[in-house]
Structures are given as C-alpha cells and as structure tokens.
Design a binder for this molecule. Structure first.
Ligand SMILES: [Zn+2]
Length: 398
C-alpha cells in the first residue's frame, strides 16, 4: 500500500545537490543550463550554478548527483483521479505511487469522472468538485501533487456556480464535453465564466472515449475556447489531420498530447506545432486512468516517442512535460529557476542502451533510467522500481 502524507512546506531545510552531469531547465529557450549545483531552501530553488560559486554552507541534506541528469519533476497534464491512490476505472490501488516512479511529481485532474455514481445535477457536481479539491490538497499520495477538484460542466450551471466554486478553492474545470454540455455556444459561455473567476478549463477533443461520451470536433473546440485543447491526439479517437491543423493554427490555447491517444495524430500535432513555431504550446499528459489503464511510465514514454520518431532533441522533449506545462497552466514548478518549487527527477541512460548518454538514449527511443525523485526539496523515491535500471544513480551523502 502506497504511503500517503499531508502537504508540508519543507521549512528550515537546506538541500544541496552537487555533481549534476547535465541540468535540464524545462525552458525551450535554453533547455540545458551551464551549472552542476542546485541549492534548495524551504522547498524552493534558492541558487543554481557551479559548486564554487554558490553558498552550500549549512546544508541539512546533501545529494551527490553522481554525474546524472537532473530535470524538473514531470507534470502529467491530464489524469482522472478519484480518491487518494485508488482508481475505480481499472480498480487499482497505488497507481499514483507507480507514476512517481515514472518521474511524475505533479498531476492535473481533467475531471474526477470515474467516481462510481458520479453526480450530474448541479449541486452534486459542485459538491464532488470541492470534495476532490479538499481531499487531494490535504493528502498527497506518496508526495505527488495532485491538483484536483475539476467539475465537468452540465446544463443549468449559471455564473454564480462558477463564482462560488472559485470561492471554495476550485481552480480547474474537468473536460468540457464529458457532461451534458457539448455545444459550442453553451461551452463558450461557461468557459468564459470559469475564466473570469480564475478557473482554468480543458476540453475533450475527438471521438468518444468510452460508451456514453461523444464527439467534440474542431468547431466546438474553437468555439468553447478552453485554456487547454485536451488530448488533441484523441482519447483515443483523433480528429482528421486538417482539423488538428486548424486547432494548431487558429487557437492560441495549449495543445495537449496524451499517452492514451492516437500516436500518429500525436506526431502530426508535434510536426504541425514545430512548423508553425508553436512548440511552446505543446504539453503532455497520460489521460490515465482510462480504458487503456494506467501507465506509470506514460510521460517518459511520450517524451521518448516524440524525441525519437518525432525527431526533436531529447532536452526539448523534456520541456513539453515540464516548463511548457508550468507556463500554460500557471504552476510554480516545472522550471529550474530561483523561487520555483524544488521538484526534480534524476535520470541516467538505462543500462545497456545503445545511446552513450541519457539524452542520446532518449533520442534513440529508449526510456530513461530514473534514479531519484525529489518533491519540495525532499527525497520521495530513489532508484525507480518501474524504469529500466539507470546506469548511475544519485547518492544521499547527508
Ligand atoms: Zn477526454
């Protein structure tokens, strides 16, 4: 059984990470930083640089990265959690803990839609969203930050509902289209109300996921104007290429590629975004748990696929699951910058990969070997039980 813990601040702790082989920033504008040392105070990045140039005095914990690659903790932009580390979708316990072992430190709910007997009436929708927000804010499964409480809009909701949800702490809408609202004009009105009150939205894109859900085409997506074009590569059934191209070119919103989608459509989206200089809008998710199950390595599998078959440098592919998502979703993690949350994943080339370095191995389509995961400056996992074994792993010196 995965252990669970309440959110905490890391106050009074000073972590020094030295001997970093390659420091990935999460930022497309400069994906590799010229630094080998990170200093973390009170759970936030306090300094980045060469060991001789930063203040490492008074550390309460020292990690020797052992020449491995350090990246911002991975962000899964699209999950469907329900309660703690249990999912009723495939009746699994410990799925979030498994994803921690895949380098994921933050997950964003696209709706708690697998709740058995999910309410569809307005008061029930609101009550469930607030309950989910409270539950995951109070308890992080294995330390993973799960941003949840994402109501799926239904006909009958009025602006006051969005105002009161926001006042209660709800910051997300679940996938537009999974409830009764499937038409452009109604979706657009509710998304606008949500945005006005500080609630970010996402929309289901493509054919129905499971019996009972329905087609959302590019005209509805463009009309709704949600902040995130959820699973632009379908969940699994993708829109025709011409419609995906329209979404890349006619909307300014985030282009979310998911693991549980159409792989060819994912590559088409990546190429289209790259050609139209919109790579900064591409973000990654798993869309798990789902009919396809749970993929603990889903995010690194998409990174390796997009880098190798999609022909982008590995350090760029990592930005799609870190800095891009942080910026499109206004998160305080995802980038190696002073003041950001100290959420990190340490990786090295998997043992016996044909690639000589981690970045080369990912470019060849191999998964990274994960050696450690840190959240808010605290070690939450050491050598991953799920990835192929990393050649080198970090060591805790103190
Ligand atoms: Zn969906």
């Amino acid at each position: 059984m995965a252990h669970e813990e309440a959110a905490k601040s890391g106050a009074g702790l000073k972590l020094v990470i030295r001997n970093i082989g390659v420091l990935l920033s999460g930022d497309l504008q400069g994906p590799i930083l010229d630094a080998d040392t990170l200093v973390v105070e009170d759970g936030k990045i306090a300094a980045i640089g060469r060991e001789k140039d930063v203040d490492t005095e008074g550390a309460t914990r020292v990690i020797d990265a052992n020449g491995t690659v350090l990246a911002p903790g991975l962000i899964d932009s699209h999950v469907h959690p329900v309660a703690g580390d249990w999912t009723p979708r495939q009746n699994q316990i410990g799925w979030i803990d498994s994803c921690l072992h895949g380098g994921v430190t933050t997950m964003i709910s696209a709706g708690e839609v697998h709740m058995p007997g999910r309410p569809k009436d307005v008061v029930g929708v609101k009550a469930m969203a607030i309950t989910a927000q409270r539950g995951f804010a109070a308890l992080r499964p294995s330390g993973v930050k799960v941003l949840a409480g994402a109501p799926v809009i239904e006909h009958g909701m009025v602006e006051e509902d969005f105002r009161s949800l926001a006042e209660a702490g709800v910051r997300l809408l679940g996938e537009v289209g999974l409830g009764s609202v499937k038409d452009g004009p109604t979706a657009r009105q509710m998304v606008a109300w949500a945005r006005k009150h500080g609630i970010q939205s996402t929309i289901h894109t493509g054919g129905p996921s499971i019996p009972g859900s329905s087609l959302i085409d590019k005209d509805v997506v463009l009309a709704a104007d949600a902040d995130v074009i959820g699973h632009i590569n379908g969940g699994h059934t993708a829109l025709p290429d011409a419609q995906i191209r329209s979404l890349c070119e006619e909307s300014p919103r985030a282009l979310e590629i998911v693991h549980n989608g159409n792989e060819r459509a994912a590559l088409f989206t990546l190429r289209t975004a790259k050609e139209s200089r919109q790579l900064h809008r591409v973000i990654l998710g798993t869309d798990a748990p789902a009919g396809s199950g749970v993929q603990p390595l889903g995010i690194i599998r998409v990174i390796a696929a997009l880098s190798s078959i999609g022909e982008i440098p590995a350090e760029v592919a990592f930005c799609l699951a870190t800095g891009n998502t942080a910026r499109m979703r206004n998160l305080d993690c995802g980038l190696i910058e002073v003041g950001r949350a100290a959420d990190f994943v340490f990786m090295d080339g998997a043992q016996h990969s044909a690639g000589k370095t981690l970045l080369e191995s990912v470019r060849l389509g191999d998964l990274p070997g994960i050696g450690m995961v840190v959240i808010d400056g605290e070690v939450k996992g050491e050598r991953s039980r799920n990835t192929p074994p990393a050649t080198r792993v970090p060591k805790i010196l103190k």
